[in-house]
Ligand binder design. Sequence first.
Ligand code: PGA
Ligand code: ZN
Length: 426
Amino acid sequence: MASEPAVITSVRALEILDSRGRPTVQVTITLADGTMAVAGVPSGASTGSGEAVERRDRDPARYGGLGVAEAVDAVNGEIASYLSGREWAELADIDAALIALDGTPDKSRLGANAIVGVSMACARALAHSDGRELWDWLTPGGVTPRLPVPHFNVINGGVHAPNPLDFQEFMIAPLGAPSFPEAVRAGAEIYASLRGLLAAKGYATGLGDEGGFAPQIAEPEEALDLLVTAIRDAGYVPGQGGVAIALDPAASEFRGDDGRYLVAGQALTSSDMIERYAQISDRFPVWLIEDGLAENDWDGWAALTERLGERITLVGDDIFVTNPAIIAEAIARGVGNAALIKVNQIGTVTETLTAIATCRDGGYAQFVSHRSGETTDTFIADLAVGSGCGMLKTGAPARGERVAKYNRLLEIAAARPSMRYGLPGA
Ligand code: PGA
Ligand code: ZN
């Protein structure tokens, strides 16, 4: 993607804080032509077991063991010595060098948080050195960049909030909005109407990790009722022609050792869960379900896809972990019909682009995503545009680390008035 080889002159990392107040890695890359680029590394809470592994110090005397001083040292030491002073033709070469230098299959030696920060900062540096916007530089040949449908996570549960709601994320998706700015407006207006509705019903309006409200509700259907009312109260039409709903139950988090799913105190089998989702989809304008079943329930996933795959976008997150090989297997087995895309889940930008291409070639949709722990880095906004995938989730339309991404997209939309908004083919 870079037109001319670049020489990296410096690679520096810093331990900074993420949106949960936990340490994370920030990387600054400098090129010989004077280009400087910075990247902040996100961090998940409901992680898939197959994710690339974050390196944490485990020193109880600092940040309760969550410090990333060793990952920072890995960047400033080994990685900087290897990358600096060399000529790099492509980001793929840098990422391959990082993977080889690490030497483990899960990036645990140097740390996925060290590696992904370097990869993201290098991508940004190479793009800027080429005089191009990151989204443009990230767009593969033959792909049309698009402004994605923002999926605003407005009710938080699961491990992202201390309420009894087992489903992790309830999102509103303005699929029918005429433009990206109008989609943002819909999201913010519905968020405001939801706040009013919750307050009127006597619920607290405190926020979860991704900026959504975290009311003391247990039943997912009750949260869905509130969403539909909030959409209508704000003057929008619930449904795919207006504002649809997306769910990320993050079911790996509430599956017990006996294989049953615990929802609002009820123990449900895989087939009970599938039936519940079918009923939910009949009753509410739900267009997408992510991680409806657990990462190790491949048979359940196949049955879920069989039952609902024709009408619902079924996104694999914990089960696919942005891993091109796992996504290829899922495509071969007919498991799900879309993949969540998280750069830090696989650990390099190049592998992320391969995961996206694997989906595209296999007819699976791609859903670019933030993590519950974030910085103000906006890389994923550009990735969502450049991939042409048409959909992004990056939390509520509130909290600085979430709105940084939506605001970056507003800037892109303003700079490129002719760029299309919405799902591919829409
Ligand atoms: P995480 O959650 O960032 O805490 O892993 C996000 C998700 O499950 O999609
Ligand atoms: Zn998820």
